[in-house]
Design a protein around this ligand. Structure first.
Ligand code: 3H9
Length: 704
């Protein structure tokens, strides 16, 4: 292998792109860890290298490959917040395609976004069998902006291309081969050798340019149908509609004109607050694993067997989650009836998994083989991790942990799935508080991605590191939080729910509040959520507290509903009515009458309340509690709070999370609004936190 310095190129200034000869094949290699993103130096290096290879008389064909764990995983997302620098990626792609010699992309790992656009600018594509390819830009509020919206329909057809770009999900190499996106799957395990061989074969064929392929015909019905299909899912998101417009342009305009449409719409998306929110969410989720004082490589404890205590909905969901992640699981309940319920639920979760194609029938049978159940603690003795999911009651939890302390082997991790209770008090029931941690799963446990990892005062670092690794293996995002009532998520839920409850008394109908917040982007309105979760859950938690505000309006409506046996969906009646077996809420005039009468009794003058006030009071109450959580050191950083609310509480991801949302509107404006609410509604709930005041005064941000 020779460098072709004689031809004027060996490597670019940042060493991210190199060019070397393998016989007459020029191999351009990108090495830009961790994911070979298309940073400025890579774009420059690619242009320089292709120029050299193209004019070198000894070069017959060119291979583009990547070092490290993946081919190019996309544009460098960190550059999107900065002024763009030339060469633009679209020009790089065009330059590769303009080459007069065959250019072959050799794909391994994840070829995503701009990476696939580069590959589609090459004349041929070969991939390893394990490679995946996709255009995930939509997940970042973007569209494929380097000719991807024009190239993919030419290769894969309009409908397949729309499906890939609107879902953002990658597809396997074998599917990409079927769809015509790649030309060959490398047989052995030496991708480079296979790519060089492919290049030698293609030398005689020369370039085959995707832009010269026709766009397969698609009539307008295709676009009508796809818009209809995605409308409910995309709810006000900008980029899915723009992606459709780009593909429509591909079917109607010349390649050059349609590329201009793509360019303009890409810039609109890139500069939108939605994309900024989604990009923030992307990096925030990758930031959570960075725990000050605990290295990513910190030692962890070996977890093979997990005991789950409590075979209720939550316990069975956690057990299922652990089983499909490949752990050996033991499920314990106090009686056989409880265990039977848990086993039935586990079986039906497996059946659902098989039906949805998430797991094979053989996999389901195999999974159930790794499950044991018992009503005795003896089987817990050799568990590496115990996850307690019994009633949310401190005295019961203390009894359980005292028992675990007696029976569990030394070094076992003892975790509580408490959603609110003091983890240090639970740990104090054992002689080994260093092994105790909170693992707060969200319901349904096998679906919700969030895991709040609650570190106690004495929790060992390796217990935290093990919990983070466990979250990853369970397919979850683990966020380490401190110990206080409700931790981060539920602590913030209190003021949010409180404002909803006050708004009800002040005259806003439940269905109106829910619609306003749903339209703003929340997955569900707070009243529908309360009915789904069960109003008794919050009731019990509130009534176990001794520090509630002295305010007869505080969660008054929810308390009355529970006291009337209206617990939510499970009783067919909560804030709303539910027909038997239905989850669709119907407003109940009797509830409205009850609220109105209670408002009169409490001396509250009901009024018309604008949507803006509902949004501001609910969302700003979240923000100021988030600020207090930061002041108290309960969250490590504000973006962790955002991850919790976007993944556990249905906060719209395109708004980034409550703290990013506050940063995006400006903390001075947030502070002014909080002061206005303080004047209107009093200091009991609207005292601006010091942190907000300080940051607002210096034009700062929570996320700075
Ligand atoms: C695009 O291409 C637009 C174009 O169409 C048009 C342009 C004009 N940039 O996820 P991981 C970092 S939009 C910068 O933990 P994994 C990430 O932050 C882009 N950085 O690894 C993390 O850093 P740190 C379309 C990036 O193995 C580290 O890499 N492409 C980028 O679990 C490891 O990441 C995408 O949306 C990036 N593009 O998963 C793909 N990607 O260690 C986005 C990653 O400091 N990326 N980083 O925390 C992914 O989906 C996953 O990272 C991937 C690897 C599957 C590749």
């Amino acid at each position: 292998m020779d460098n072709i310095e004689s031809a004027g190129y060996a490597e670019n200034s940042m060493n991210t792109v190199t060019l070397a000869m393998h016989g007459s094949i020029a191999v351009i290699t990108i090495d830009n860890p961790p994911v070979n993103a298309l940073s400025l130096s890579v774009r420059q290096g690619l242009v320089e290298a292709i120029e050299v290879a193209d004019r070198d008389p000894h070069t017959s064909a060119v291979v583009i490959a990547c070092d490290g764990r993946t081919f190019i995983a996309g544009a460098d997302i960190r550059e999107f917040g900065k002024p763009p620098e030339q060469p633009w990626l679209a020009d790089v792609v065009e330059r590769l395609e303009d080459a007069t010699k065959a250019v072959i992309a050799a794909l391994h790992g994840s070829t995503l976004g701009g990476g696939l656009e580069v590959a589609m600018g090459c004349h041929y594509r070969i991939a390893t069998a394990a490679a995946v390819v996709g255009l995930p830009e939509v997940k970042l509020g973007l569209l494929p902006g380097a000719t991807g919206t024009q190239r993919l329909p030419r290769l894969a057809g309009v409908e397949r291309a729309l499906d890939m770009m609107l879902s953002g999900n990658p597809i396997a190499a074998s599917d990409a081969l079927d769809a015509g996106i790649i030309d060959r799957i490398a047989g052995g395990d030496d991708l480079l050798a296979a790519a060089i061989e492919f290049a030698s074969e293609m030398t005689g064929n020369g370039p085959r340019r995707v832009r010269d392929l026709p766009v397969p015909a698609a009539d307008s019905d295709v676009f009508v149908a796809i818009r209809k299909k995605i409308v409910a899912k995309t709810r006000g998101l900008l980029s899915p509609e723009k992606i459709i417009q780009c593909v429509e342009a591909a079917t109607q305009l010349s390649y050059t004109d349609a590329c201009q449409v793509e360019r303009d719409l890409f810039m609109e998306c890139k500069d939108s607050p939605q994309s900024s929110g989604l990009r923030h969410a992307f990096f925030a989720e990758r930031g959570v694993a960075k725990i000050p004082g605990i290295e990513k490589t910190a030692p962890t404890r070996d977890i093979q067997k997990i005991s789950v205590l409590g075979a209720g909905t939550m316990g069975a969901g956690i057990a299922y989650n652990c089983l499909i992640a490949g752990y050996t699981v033991h499920l314990l309940d106090s009686d056989d009836a409880g265990l039977d319920r848990g086993k039935t639920m586990l079986r039906s979760l497996y059946e659902g998994g098989v039906k949805r194609g998430k797991i094979s029938a053989a996999g389901a049978r195999e999974g159930l083989h790794h499950l044991t159940t018992s009503t005795s603690y003896n089987e817990v003795a050799d568990a590496d991790l115990v996850i307690e999911a019994v009633f949310e009651d401190m005295s019961i939890k203390k009894d359980v942990f005292a028992k675990l302390d007696e029976v569990c082997k030394q070094g076992a991790i003892l975790a509580s799935n408490t959603s609110t209770l003091n983890i240090d008090e639970i740990a104090a029931a054992t002689s080994r508080p260093q092994d105790v941690i909170g693992l707060h799963f969200f319901s349904p446990a096998h679906i919700m991605r969030l895991l709040e990892i609650v570190r106690g005062d004495k929790t060992d670092d390796d217990v935290i590191a093990t919990s983070l690794a466990l979250a990853k293996r369970l397919g979850k995002i683990g966020v380490v939080v401190g110990n206080c009532f409700g931790f981060v998520g539920n602590r913030m839920l209190y003021p949010y729910g409180r404002e909803n409850q006050l708004l009800l008394l002040e005259g806003a109908a439940p269905e109106y509040i829910d619609k306003v917040l749903f339209d703003w982007g929340m997955a569900m309105g707070p009243n529908a959520v309360g009915d789904l979760a069960g109003l008794d859950v919050g009731y019990k938690a509130r009534h176990a507290r001794t520090d509630l505000p002295d305010d007869p309006r505080f969660y008054r409506v929810a308390d009355m509903l529970v006291e009337q046996g209206r617990l939510g969906q499970k009783t067919g009646r909560g804030t709303y009515l539910y027909e038997s077996g239905s989850r669709i809420p119907t407003p109940d005039p009797a509830v409205q009458t009850m609220i109105n009468e209670e408002a009169t009794r409490l001396g509250i003058d009901q009024r018309d309340i604008e949507a803006e006030e509902i949004i501001d009071r609910c969302i700003y109450s979240l923000i100021i509690e988030g600020a207090r959580i930061l002041e108290d050191g309960i969250a490590i950083r504000s973006s962790d709070i955002d991850v919790i609310w976007t993944n556990g509480y249905g906060f719209p991801r395109h708004r980034g999370g409550p703290m990013h949302y506050a940063d995006s509107i400006g903390l001075d404006r947030v502070y002014d609004k909080v002061c206005e609410f303080q004047k209107r509604f009093g200091s009991q709930y609207w005292e601006p936190p010091k942190l907000l005041q300080t940051l607002a005064a210096k034009n700062g941000q929570f996320g700075a």
